[in-house]
Design a protein around this ligand. Structure first.
Ligand code: 8YV
Length: 326
């Protein structure tokens, strides 16, 4: 069996990863301009593997132009931009970078929750504006320790978030597609039931069509005027228009967001609200974790070139079919 060994970079990569791929492999970069179709007509048939991220991925129309594709090597744990159903049908392997980023993403979720309830970023802006005086202290915020926390999606990241909140004395409940056997946390049958019973709802599901708008207006209304939403998953999991409306009218108390429906677009209405904390999709963004993600990406690529398998396949294309994280 002949493996087509040429590599295609799709979308921007961490600069050191892009440099390694360009230096060490027979690699091309997919152009992002009007030369793209001519490029694909010429080179598409020679591509054996794609290296990409969750920002771009390999959607169905691109996959169709890569007839010899054997593997999609994804930098990042989320791969909702890649057409995994078609990949599975065609026998194209898809790998991702689970585990190595779990700690940092969970740390970010806790940081967002603390910031959102305690208004740390807003208070920092207050100081920088020169608003702190003998007469005017910062308005009181909300306590985090002991708050009831609901985790939507009790996968690797959801569990890491739960153990961190446990240390804050927070009772934990969760909703996943299936109840997790042996979990010490309370299971809620639906996202709305989960939201109704918690103060802080943390989204840690995978993205994609299976979780599109899983958190709709009904779920947000169940969370209610004293409830907070934290999202480190994907913007697609939330009905963002409903979220913005409820934040503007006080239908929920606040939100800490690392992800959005149409990144890097952030709804203009949120920019002036001190009840929200807005991060630019940085949850895994540390030197240590991004280096580990880069190494695992290269290890997956090398394994595929060596024997046609990958180290960390996504569950949809994995022979083991491990449970997905929702
Ligand atoms: C990355 C992420 O920033 O792993 C993921 O799913 O969203 C982040 O870790 C992203 O994949 C890189 O583009």
């Amino acid at each position: 069996e002949t493996v087509t060994r040429r590599i295609l970079q799709v979308g921007p990569l961490k600069p050191s990863l892009a440099a390694t791929i360009a230096d060490r492999y027979d690699a091309l970069v997919l152009p992002d301009d009007d030369t793209r179709s001519a490029f694909l007509a010429e080179h598409g048939p020679s591509i054996g593997a794609v290296v990409t991220t969750g920002r771009t991925g390999v959607p169905g129309e691109l996959m169709a132009q890569l007839p010899a594709l054997g593997a999609v090597i994804n930098f990042g744990v989320g791969y909702d931009t890649t057409d995994v159903e078609t990949a599975a049908e065609r026998g194209v392997l898809v790998s991702h970078t689970p585990d190595v980023l779990t700690d940092c993403v969970a740390d970010t979720a806790l940081g967002l929750a603390i910031d959102t309830l305690r208004h740390l970023s807003a208070a920092d802006r207050f100081v920088r504006r020169g608003d702190w005086s003998d007469a005017a202290g910062y308005p009181l915020a909300r306590k985090v320790s002991g708050k009831r926390v609901g985790i939507l999606g009790l996968g690797r990241i959801g569990r890491a978030i739960a153990t961190r909140f446990e240390a804050f004395g927070c009772p934990i409940s969760y909703h996943s597609r299936r109840e997790v056997p042996g979990s010490p946390y309370t299971y809620a049958a639906t996202p709305a039931e989960l939201a109704a019973d918690v103060d802080i709802l943390v989204l840690a599901t995978s993205g994609g069509s299976g979780t599109q708008h899983l958190v709709d207006r009904t779920v947000l209304e169940a969370l209610g005027p004293d409830g907070y939403l934290i999202n480190i998953a994907r913007g697609s999991v939330v009905d963002q228009d409903a979220l913005v409306e409820l934040l503007l009218e006080g239908g929920i108390a606040g939100a800490g967001l690392d992800v959005y429906a149409d990144e890097p677009e952030v709804p203009e209405e949120l920019m002036t609200l001190d009840t929200v904390v807005l991060l630019p999709h940085l949850a895994s963004g540390t030197v240590e974790t991004r280096a580990a993600m880069e190494q695992l990406t290269l290890d997956n690529l090398d394994r595929w070139l060596a024997d046609g398998t990958v180290l960390t396949p996504v569950p949809e294309v994995s022979p083991r079919g491990a449970a997905r994280s929702r």
